[in-house]
Write a protein that binds this ligand. Structure first.
Ligand SMILES: [Zn+2]
Length: 247
């Protein structure tokens, strides 16, 4: 394959741009924020589970308290009614009077038991509220931390994207300076070698594989006409010879 030196140098420009583009996509994928966000997402899933459980427990206790208050209210109403009957003078039979007094005493005991239970529920409700408040606070804290990380990630991704657009624009300019057949070979080798398809021969060393050519290979490479597209004897990539290639 033949290509003028200027075409081969243009290919090195394309390679340099492609290498930078590759580094950029690697950077975009490996931003530390991305890993931190994933960690936080896991933590948030647990925190949200805990929050939902705590809030469910809280509303269970609130319901229990309401039920208990209604129960106490009901028994109190009955006591007021019995008391009124007792004081009305309508009941004269001593046995009925004793029965009513016993009933009122039983109601008082019942009210005592119910109020004790209500107090217990109130204590549990307060504890549940504290747990729920804490769970909500922890979740919002993690949510805020995540929002901060997402914002930091997005700033960097925007910077990377802007840089990428610049590089692609430069590539648009560089690519037409490379002949089609050389570009096709480059593209094929780039796919094969993870993006690095062309190196430059610097002081007897291939910049792509970083290996030094042995003296007979070097002599052979340097003896070829300047417009020959040479391949590195070590890594088989395109090897561009600059004017001081062998020095
Ligand atoms: Zn090489």
């Amino acid at each position: 394959m033949k290509a003028e030196r200027s075409v081969q140098l243009a290919l090195l420009d394309v390679q340099a741009l492609d290498s930078e583009l590759l580094q950029l996509s690697h950077r975009a994928k490996t931003l530390p924020e991305i890993a931190h966000i994933a960690e936080l997402d896991e933590k948030l899933a647990t925190l949200n589970d805990n929050r939902v459980k705590a809030q469910t427990e809280l509303s269970d206790q609130e319901r229990a308290l309401k039920k208990s208050e209604e129960e106490v209210e009901l028994v109190r109403t009955r006591r007021v009614r019995d008391e009124e009957r007792l004081n009305s003078g309508a009941i004269t039979n001593p046995k009925d009077l004793t029965n009513l007094q016993n009933e009122i005493a039983a109601i008082d005991r019942r009210i005592g038991v119910l109020e004790d239970a209500e107090l217990e529920i109130m204590e549990m409700l307060e504890a549940a509220r504290a747990v729920a408040d804490e769970a909500v606070a922890l979740t919002s804290e993690a949510d805020a931390a995540k929002a901060e990380l997402v914002a930091a990630r997005d700033v960097q991704l925007a910077e990377i994207e802007a840089k990428r657009a610049d590089l692609l624009a430069d590539r648009e300019v560089a690519v037409p300076r490379v002949s089609e057949d050389v570009l096709a070979l480059y593209t094929k080798l780039a796919a094969q070698y993870g993006g690095l398809a062309a190196g430059v021969l610097e002081r007897g060393r291939c910049s792509a594989c970083r290996l030094e050519l042995n003296s007979s290979d070097l002599r052979e490479v340097l003896a070829k006409p300047a417009d020959d597209v040479v391949r590195c004897p070590e890594c088989n990539r395109i090897l561009v010879r600059t004017l001081d290639a062998g020095a």
